[in-house]
Design a protein around this ligand. Sequence first.
Ligand code: UDX
Length: 441
Amino acid sequence: MNDSPRLTVIGTGYLGATHAICMAVLGYEVLGVDVDERKIAQLASGTVPFFEPGLPELLAKALESGRLRFTTSFEEAGRFGDVHFICVGTPQQPGSDACDLTYVEASVSALAAHLDRRALVVGKSTVPVGTAARLTSMVQELAPAGTDVELAWNPEFLREGFAVDDTMHPDRLVFGVASEWAEQRLRAAFAPILEQGTPVVTTDLATAELVKVAANSFLATKISYINAMAEVCEAVGADVKDLADSLALDDRIGGKFLKPGLGFGGGCLPKDIRAFAHRAEEIGVGQAVSFLREVDDINRRRRARTVDLVRELLGGQISGARIACWGAAFKPNSDDIRDAPALDVARTMHGLGGHVRVYDPAALDNARRAFPELRYGESALDVAQDADVVVLLTEWADFREIDPDALAQVVRTKRIVDGRHVLDAKQWRDAGWEYRALGRS
Ligand code: UDX
């Protein structure tokens, strides 16, 4: 790959670290950049600072190849790279639905100051539409190379827990570009992935920015749609699981992201739909996506309804009950607790006076740090010891596979709330359990 561009990846969180490692494994010379010295030291010594299946092995391989290095120096990044990927976080602004662009602006301007030759800066972070156009002017003003530096947008669709596969074998690549040269640079930067036959959509900057929020909004809407149906099912004693299974068999609808339950969380879906609705209002098209507010409300109600269900099962009283909470991460195969429905439910029940104990296979350290007021245990069975009710909040395989008879040995009362519709209701009822799930009679 002698004529391959040298890549920098700025921001080494879930997205950036995965991108940097995978690109090095694919054969590129890559420099990972972050302002967090600790994170950079960890990555450089072969430790992935978060839980992501398959990534530690690839980091070892990439470091061994000599193609992957890490630094905190933007000067080094400017000197080294031909194509610079911006992968920093864009969280929700405190006290607002708007997207916080502080890290994007800081990293782009820190980099721009060291761009003294032709280079391409590629945004991957999720941003409000219009950001790329603004950053183009900013980077060209700040860079010594001026308009020789171009900006492109290449949204990232990776899911936590499947980040490696989603990066190595994406279902599509979107190139938002302002020139033929930028497109050719991106094609060179993704050559091995394009050779697999991955479809590419080449478009303008604004469309590329929108693709990401439109995709996440669609996914969030699909989840809230089935959860809205669960509310209706509850009112009439119908079964949302059978309803969802029936809808899924219509291949125009499909079964993905149609699983009812506690709803969505994480660092993307919740904040992306809020930021999108906020941005749409700013540009005068708020009405077009006003349904996203409803999607958000339905999703928040799932958390409250799950607490209600536990209360009902306990005979009306959460205070004083011993409650085993299974799961803290926002979804299985992740240690990410950002906007995690599981922890929201656990904290609410703790606040209502329940004796809550939480277990999660990967997210316990993060949960302990964020919510030291909660009590934690060492295993699913440990937290279920003498429990009045077990509440499954994140569908880890460990929980799905638990034997109802083994669990019956440790709990005080055989009551279970399946917040994710993953247990076999009949099996649990046959084993003498009171089994409840939202939207199922
Ligand atoms: C998401 C997008 O899928 C990804 O393309 C984007 O780049 C980042 O945001 P991620 O946040 O990793 O990825 O999680 P995802 O697998 O999409 O799940 C999001 C949430 O939806 C989880 O809390 C999950 O539990 C929930 N979910 C998902 C449901 O409640 N029901 C479903 O049917 C599917």
